[in-house]
Ligand binder design. Structure first.
Ligand code: HEM
Length: 415
């Protein structure tokens, strides 16, 4: 079997991959990495997996385990002092079979299928509320941050309503979920870990208190039916996994619609086109860009036998630009034939909330399509650093013609 693992020549694209956050820059980096080989070594001893087929094989293969407690005990002593890392390792996301099945079962019971009939109307109503808040701010101030008005608040609001949580401070819940999810980052600065730990502690206190208050009700609400520890893990997991990812998708949909006004016009005339548009955004820049796994036994990948313990990073973004699966991969084309998206993962850990995230993106695309002719980017968007998530920090927008949002007039143009 010919060795395909490279020598150190690929270090530069790896460093660029760590530092690049905008998806156009990343497209070039993905091409360079792919040219370097299917498995590109990193300076920290792991491999980047660049091709769609190999990424899918890792995600679906039984040999490949998550970076859970056992791996951390062996390689990251001291990790148990970090509450966010402990919470992450208790979640389904970093639990392996056979324990994974029970955790996943609890999550799927909470998320599906009972709430699915409510999903579209809830997502549409909440998206419209956020868009109206954006309209109001544009009227009052002339510019507004679409991330603060729409992309950040919408996911926590939809999830809380679908789960039938009692009234909670959604802004604080959403912000804490964002900070907590950073525990999964590949590049973890001490500041990031401190924020993630504080957020995990805050979420644990607040969601724990909510569960204690409500589980004595008869019958108990669905979200606190399981044992208290399980219910807390489940809520932490759903908010940790579902808020930052959906927020990233909403930011990418917003930006892509501003950049493709023709698509906005098409969605206006054919609401079904919004689904294809969202699929193409998911392909173009998957909200979760990296999934990490470790080989539990010697494993063959891309023609190489990798030893037990070898860590690989599955590059979902690079897989989606693989020309063997997606023709003309760097063209943004919602009309392209469907290909196998890996944006929600694959195999045992396939995303529990895929329908929830997607429904919000489709609702946003439909609501925004009506507004796009009157909107423009007010300045370059600001992206968060780090290779894991595609979320935006700041997306400033302004009316194309200020009169479209006359100051001092109430919604709907009434004086
Ligand atoms: C656009 C939005 C979303 C994207 C792109 C996304 C992406 C992903 C990906 C890639 C995975 C697999 C991780 C792995 O294999 O290690 C995953 C798992 C997961 N997602 Fe999502 N997700 C989204 C929204 C949501 C939402 C809204 C929820 C909650 C309602 C959610 C809950 C979960 C959970 C609980 C898992 C772990 C499943 C398991 O380990 O069995 N996600 N997601």
């Amino acid at each position: 079997m010919a060795p395909t693992v490279l020598d150190g020549t690929a270090l530069d694209p790896v460093r660029r991959w760590l530092l690049t956050t905008d998806q156009r820059g990343l497209a070039d980096v993905y091409d360079e990495l792919r040219a370097a080989g299917p498995l590109v070594p990193t300076p920290w001893g792991s491999l980047l997996v660049t091709g769609h087929r190999d990424c899918a094989r890792v995600l679906t293969g039984r040999t490949w385990l998550t970076i859970g407690a056992r791996w951390r005990d062996a390689h990251r002593p001291g990790w148990r002092h970090s509450p966010s890392t402990v919470a992450l390792c208790r979640s389904a996301l970093q639990t392996d079979p056979p324990r994974h099945a029970r955790k996943r079962h609890l999550l799927t019971r909470l998320v599906a299928p009972r709430l699915l009939p409510r999903l579209e109307p809830v997502a549409a109503r909440r998206a419209e509320e956020c868009l109206r808040a954006l309209d109001d701010r544009l009227r009052r101030e002339g510019t507004a941050d679409a991330v603060a008005a729409v992309c950040r608040p919408l996911p926590a609001a939809v999830l809380a309503e679908l789960l039938d949580l009692p009234p909670v401070d959604l802004d604080r819940l959403g912000a804490a979920a964002h900070d907590y999810s950073r525990a999964a980052e590949l590049v973890r600065t001490p500041g990031l870990v401190r924020r993630a730990d504080a957020a995990a502690a805050d979420l644990t206190d607040r969601l724990g208190a909510l569960i204690d208050r409500h589980r004595r009700r008869i019958p108990p609400p669905r979200w606190c039916e399981p044992e208290p520890g399980d219910a807390l893990d489940a809520l932490l997991t759903l908010f940790g996994a579902g808020v930052v990812t959906t927020s990233a998708l909403l930011g990418s949909v917003f930006l892509a619609l501003l950049e493709n006004p023709g698509a906005a016009a098409r969605i206006g005339g054919d609401p079904g086109y919004a689904d294809r548009f969202v699929d193409e955004v998911l392909r173009w820049d998957p909200p979760a860009r990296v999934v990490t796994r470790v080989a539990s036994a010697p494993a063959e990948l891309a023609g190489t036998v990798l030893p037990e313990g070898r860590v690989v990073h599955v590059l979902l973004g690079a897989a989606h630009r693989d020309p063997e699966v997606f023709g003309d991969p760097h063209a943004f084309d919602p009309g392209r034939p469907p290909g196998r998206l890996l944006a929600f993962g694959a195999g045992a850990h396939y995303c529990v909330g895929a329908a929830v995230g997607r429904a919000q993106a489709v609702a946003l695309a439909r609501g925004l399509a009506r507004r796009v002719p009157g909107l423009r980017l007010a300045a370059a968007p600001r992206r968060r650093t780090g290779p894991n998530f595609a979320d935006l920090d700041h997306l400033p927008v302004a009316p194309r013609i200020p009169a479209c949002f006359p100051r001092g007039r109430a919604e709907g143009g009434r004086p």
